[in-house]
Design a binder for this molecule. Structure first.
Ligand SMILES: *Cc1c(COP(=O)(O)O)cnc(C)c1O
Length: 412
């Protein structure tokens, strides 16, 4: 992509495909093998040193996965993309790349369930501290950052709280203290969301959701915009002397990803490349239906607290429009009287499926507190702040009327 095209105001993000198959196949074939052969020992040496761009072993890189990574680079405008086996692998690999014993992560406790558990339980065992604060309050965030902070971490829309942080403001105050902003951008895909223009340095995303193309496979992505100066980073500072702005990616590709061994499988990359081709169509359709449903739910007796950032009455509406444009995805939450009322509605539904996951082609409903957060202790349940009377609905590609009728008959 040319520099001019990367201008934030124009953000033309076409899905050009430059990696050609040897036979000219329009769809990149699935290179399912583990290893790649070389004609000479010298060529093999060059490949292992990363000097020829050739593939050696599919834990490290693979032609089918590379083609997918290139497509994501095009639509996101990122300088580098690494595809991994899940959204959680994207987040864990990222923090294994920048966190360190004695270091800390500044974030909120309003996080996706496993991200919360990764920060609060798993990384803590390695001496990494998580500092929860209110990301909606920049002054408070500022107070929590110190010289041992490895990142400020934010979900662009918190799931299921539906809070929207001001990414530009967070980025400015993090950068002032030489700290990168890492954002989970799963909820609004590219090119609708442009992290680089909002000051995000590193993006992580679960490609299981919108990108997979209807929940076909589990996958994750790590995007490096190469906007951050790593020279003062406690973990990457030394490497930045030679690698400069590519320090994050150099370490991630050259060390962390290979050692952890969670690179994306070629079969997954194939499915997700197909998914990318229909991404914007699906996004638009499901988002439009979601907004209609959010408006409709506000009129249903017994339904309260409908949250969708794309409603003009939502407290985050203005910021959401600035950061995500017309549609902030197709997930909404609403509340009923209590948990039994939630369970009753769920059990009555005929079209909407009782399943976890979001951004499937099918509409999915879940009661978050009893499932995603079900195994947390009472103390941690308080910390994550998910009400017992809340339902989360991810809207798919069905007709609006069918979904509306399903909810109406379910509420009877
Ligand atoms: C689903 C999800 C994840 C985890 O992704 P997996 O692909 O399930 O590992 C992380 N963050 C958010 C916001 C998610 O919705």
């Amino acid at each position: 992509m040319k520099e001019a095209e990367k201008d934030c105001s124009t953000a033309i993000l076409s899905q050009r495909f430059h990696l050609k198959d040897a036979h000219g196949s329009i769809t990149m074939p699935i290179y399912a093998g583990a290893a790649f052969e070389f004609d000479t020992a010298e060529a093999m040496e060059q490949a292992f040193l990363g000097k020829s761009g050739r593939h050696t072993y599919s834990r490290i890189s693979n032609p089918t996965v590379e083609a997918f990574e290139e497509r994501v680079k095009e639509i996101s405008g990122a300088e580098h993309v690494l595809a991994v086996s899940s959204g959680m692998a994207a987040i864990s690999n990222t923090f294994l790349n920048i966190a360190f014993a004695g270091g800390n992560i500044v974030t909120t406790s309003h996080l996706f369930g496993n991200t919360f558990s990764l920060f609060y339980i798993t990384l803590r065992a390695f001496g990494v501290e998580v500092r929860f604060c209110d990301l909606l309050n920049p002054a408070e965030v500022d107070k929590h950052i110190d010289e041992k902070t490895c990142a400020v971490f934010a979900e662009i829309i918190t799931n299921p709280h539906m809070e929207v942080a001001d990414l530009k403001a967070l980025s400015q105050l993090a950068h002032k203290k030489n700290v990168p902003l890492v954002a989970d951008s799963t909820l609004v895909p590219w090119p609708q969301f442009n992290g680089r223009c909002l000051g995000v340095d590193i993006e992580v995303a679960s490609s299981t959701k919108y990108i997979s193309g209807g929940a076909t496979s589990i996958g994750g992505l790590i995007l490096d915009h190469q906007t951050f100066d790593w020279s003062k980073s406690p973990r990457l500072g030394e490497l930045a002397k030679t690698a400069g702005k590519t320090a994050f990616t150099t370490k991630l590709r050259g060390e962390i990803s290979r050692n952890i061994g969670a690179y994306m499988a070629p079969q997954t990359a194939h499915l997700q490349s197909l998914g990318l081709e229909t991404l914007s169509l699906r996004f638009e359709r499901s988002s439009r239906t979601c907004r209609q449903l959010a408006q409709f739910l506000q009129t249903v007796p017994g339904v309260t607290d409908v949250h969708y950032n794309g409603l003009p009455t939502d407290p985050f509406y203005k910021l959401s429009c600035e950061q995500f444009g017309e549609y902030p995805g197709s997930m909404l939450t609403f509340a009923l009287k209590d948990q039994p009322a939630c369970f009753q509605l769920m059990n009555n539904l005929q079209v909407i499926r009782r399943a976890t996951n979001i951004y499937d082609n099918k509409s999915l409903i879940i009661h978050p507190l009893s499932t995603i957060y079900g195994t947390l202790s009472d103390k941690l349940k308080k910390l994550v702040c998910v009400p017992a009377n809340m339902l989360r609905l991810s809207v798919g590609l069905e007709n609006f009327d069918d979904l509306k009728d399903d909810i109406l008959q379910g509420m009877k």
